[in-house]
Ligand binder design. Structure first.
Ligand code: HEC
Ligand code: CU
Length: 312
C-alpha cells in the first residue's frame, strides 16, 4: 500500500506534476531549514551576555551578501517559473494524433462519446499509452472534470467547448469527480475511468452498440435545419461554401481575420451576426434555442469533417 494521501499515478502528466510538487517541497523545505537554522544559530550566538562581535558588517560583505541573495532568489524563481510553465504548456497542447472523445456534462452525470460512436454514462474507457483529448461542454451549469490519478482538472462550461488531454500510463480503474459545486447531487456526480490495454480498448469499443458517428448525425441535422439550403454549393443564396472551413483563416466584414476553430464554428451557428464573413450579407439566422448542446456538437463535428476540397 502506498501512502493513502498520495493518489495513484496513472498518467504521464501525473508523473510530471508529482515531480514538480516534490521539487517545490524540497526547495521550500531547504529554505525553511536554512532560515530556521540561522535563526537558531543567531539566537544562541548573540544571546545576552555573550562576547560575540556586534555592530555593522563591513561594507563589502554587506554588498556581496545583498547581491548574492537577490541574484540567487531571482534565478531560483525564474527556474521554478520555467519548470511549472513548460508543464502547463504541455498540458494545454494535445498531440495532433490524440484520440478525441466528446464529453457532455449535465446535472448530474457525465456522458461520453467515442470516435466510433460508442457512448457511455458516468464511465470512460481509454487505451493505455495513447493520448486522449476530451472536448467537453455542459448542458446546464458549470461542472469540472477531475481525475486525481491523472492530475488533470478542467472546468466544463455551458455554451463553450473546453478541452483537456492526458496519456494514461497504467491500466486500472480510477475515480472521476465533478470538482465544481453544481447543485444538490453534486457530490454524487462522478464515475470511473477505466484504462485498458489498447487492444482491449479496441475490442471494447467495437463491442459497444454501433450508432451513426457524430459527423454523420451532424450531416443529417445540416439538412434538417436548412443549413444546406443556403450553404450547399448549388444554392441560389450567396453563402460561404463550408468545405475546408475548419482551421482556415476567415476575413470578416469588420476587417478582423480569425481562425475558424471550434469556438468560431459554434458562434457562427449561435451568433451569426457577431463574426460576419467579408463579402457576404448578414442574412444567416441565429440557431440559438433551436439546437441544444448535443446537436451543436454534431453540427460542429460535421463542419470539421468537411476537409479536403480546398477553400475558394
Ligand atoms: C439563410 C441562409 C443561411 C442559413 C439557413 C444558414 N446559413 Fe450559415 N451563413 C450564411 C451566410 C450568408 C454566411 C456568411 C455571413 C456570416 O458570416 O454571417 C454564413 C456563415 C456561416 C458560417 C461561417 C462560414 C465561414 O466561411 O467562416 C458557418 C460555419 C455557417 N454559416 C454554418 C451554418 C450552419 C451550421 C447552419 C445551419 C444550422 C447555417 N449556417 C444556416 C447563410 C446561411
Ligand atoms: Cu457537476
Amino acid at each position: 500500500m502506498s501512502l493513502a494521501l498520495w493518489p495513484a499515478t496513472a498518467s504521464e502528466q501525473a508523473a510530471h506534476i508529482d515531480g514538480l510538487f516534490t521539487g517545490l517541497l524540497v526547495v521550500t523545505g531547504l529554505i525553511l531549514l536554512l532560515v530556521a537554522g540561522l535563526l537558531l544559530l543567531f539566537c544562541i550566538r548573540y544571546r545576552r551576555g555573550t562576547q560575540a562581535k556586534r555592530g555593522d558588517l563591513p561594507e563589502f560583505l554587506r554588498r556581496d551578501v545583498e547581491l548574492g541573495w537577490t541574484a540567487a532568489t531571482l534565478f531560483l524563481a525564474l527556474f521554478l517559473f520555467w519548470w511549472a510553465g513548460t508543464l502547463e504548456l504541455r498540458a494545454s497542447m494535445a498531440p495532433p494524433e490524440a484520440l478525441e472523445i466528446h464529453v457532455v456534462a449535465k446535472q448530474w452525470m457525465w456522458k461520453a462519446r467515442h470516435p466510433n460512436g460508442a457512448r457511455e454514462i458516468d464511465a470512460l474507457h481509454v487505451p493505455r499509452g495513447e493520448a486522449v483529448r476530451l472536448v467537453m461542454t455542459s448542458q446546464d451549469v458549470i461542472h469540472s472534470f477531475y481525475v486525481p490519478a491523472f492530475r488533470v482538472k478542467q472546468d466544463v462550461l455551458p455554451g463553450r467547448f473546453t478541452e483537456m488531454w492526458f496519456r494514461p500510463t497504467r491500466t486500472g480503474e480510477y475515480r472521476l469527480f465533478c470538482a465544481e459545486f453544481c447543485g444538490t447531487q453534486h457530490s454524487r456526480m462522478g464515475g470511473m475511468v477505466t484504462v485498458m490495454e489498447p487492444e482491449d480498448y479496441a475490442s471494447w469499443a467495437a463491442a459497444q452498440p454501433q450508432e451513426q458517428d457524430l459527423p454523420g448525425e451532424g450531416e443529417a441535422l445540416f439538412t434538417a435545419l436548412g443549413c444546406a439550403g443556403c450553404h450547399a454549393p448549388a444554392s441560389a443564396v450567396h453563402a460561404p461554401v463550408l468545405q475546408g472551413v475548419y482551421g482556415r483563416m476567415v476575413h470578416l466584414a469588420d476587417g478582423r481575420t480569425v481562425r475558424a476553430d471550434q469556438a468560431y464554428l459554434r458562434d457562427s451557428i449561435l451568433q451569426p451576426q457577431r463574426d460576419v464573413v467579408a463579402g457576404y450579407a448578414p442574412i444567416m439566422p441565429s440557431f440559438a434555442g433551436l439546437v441544444d448542446e448535443a446537436d451543436l456538437q454534431r453540427l460542429v463535428a460535421y463542419l470539421q469533417s468537411l476537409r479536403g476540397e480546398a477553400a475558394r
